[in-house]
Design a protein around this ligand. Structure first.
Ligand code: SF4
Length: 296
């Protein structure tokens, strides 16, 4: 991130809270990856400082080459079968009550890594029975079986990011498909309507306001409960450039529009990322969900 050309609202203090070293040491000792590091997230000082991280399973090499993403592309390594248990150990050491797990895309695996996600959810629940688990999954090439494999482990939140509007998919996410991603979220509600679904959009990639509103409507039409929207910041000069920087007021307005559209929660702001304060965001809706679901 090149700080000098950023508008004032995108300059962030590097906070180093007391949790920073504990998170770093735990990750290093257990040989785990995070999307915070892999994607060069601008919130890393804040989140690690608060003792929070988003685990990235199935390695640090992705089989796709999205133009916005800092995660390295290429041929990934074989799955590490004890990784789910190590994730659970890390969550316990860090005292997490809300655990967010994502992954690289693994198109090389027959199930896209769905079973590995499922095992990770189970391992976390065995280690921390009262924890909430949010999974942020790839599109599994649209496989119903893979989505079901994850859903049957009952994550608290099933998240799949749209990332951008339909028109920009071929340029930004050449290996993905807008409708396929929407369908992934729709399948979840078909399989288990009680699971909270969530998605995220990056703004500033050249999308129009109408296109953003259209994507928001598409997400509501597949029953998506929670939406996050944040400013795209290219991780290096080799990545897709930002088209513009949205003012914080624009983010606020989109948040209001999203709530009017019927999302249960919307987080929208320059530094919002899918997993940013994810536990706090869900705290606002889980009491309502649990009441509706009879205490689950
Ligand atoms: S916002 Fe998410 S990805 Fe970024 S540092 Fe925080 S937990 Fe990690």
């Amino acid at each position: 991130m090149r700080v000098s050309r950023l508008p004032s609202w995108l300059k962030k203090d590097i906070s180093r809270g007391k949790g920073l070293f504990k998170v770093k040491d735990t990750l290093s000792e257990l040989g785990l990856n995070t999307v915070c590091q892999g994607a060069k997230c601008p919130n890393i000082g804040e989140c690690f400082g608060e003792g929070v991280a988003t685990f990235m399973i199935m390695g640090s090499i992705c089989t796709r080459n999205c133009r916005f993403c800092a995660v390295e592309g290429g041929d990934p390594n074989p799955l590490e079968l004890d990784e789910p248990v190590r994730i659970a150990q890390a969550a316990k050491i860090l005292g997490l009550t809300y655990v967010v797990v994502t992954s690289v895309t693994r198109d090389d695996l027959p199930d896209g890594g769905a079973e590995h996600f499922s095992k990770t959810i189970t391992a976390i629940r065995e280690s921390l029975p009262y924890s909430k688990v949010e999974v942020l999954v790839p599109d599994f090439k649209g496989s119903h079986d893979a989505v079901w494999e994850v859903v049957k482990s009952s994550p608290t939140v099933f998240s799949h990011n749209m990332e951008t509007v339909s028109r920009l998919y071929p340029r930004i996410r050449p290996g993905a498909d807008y409708c396929r991603s929407l369908n992934v979220l729709e399948f979840v509600k078909d399989f288990d309507s009680k699971i909270v679904t969530k998605s995220g959009l990056m703004l500033g990639l050249g999308e129009t306001r109408e296109e953003v509103l259209s994507s928001m409507k598409d997400l509501r039409n597949v029953g998506c409960d929670v939406l996050t929207m944040g400013q795209y910041l290219r991780p290096s000069d080799y990545h897709f450039p930002e088209e513009r920087f949205l003012h914080p007021e624009e983010f606020k307005e989109l948040e209001s529009i999203g709530k009017e559209m019927g999302f249960q929660e919307v987080a929208s702001g320059p530094f919002v990322r899918s997993s940013y304060h994810a536990g706090r965001l869900l705290e606002r809706i889980l009491p309502r969900q649990e009441k509706d679901n009879g205490g689950r």
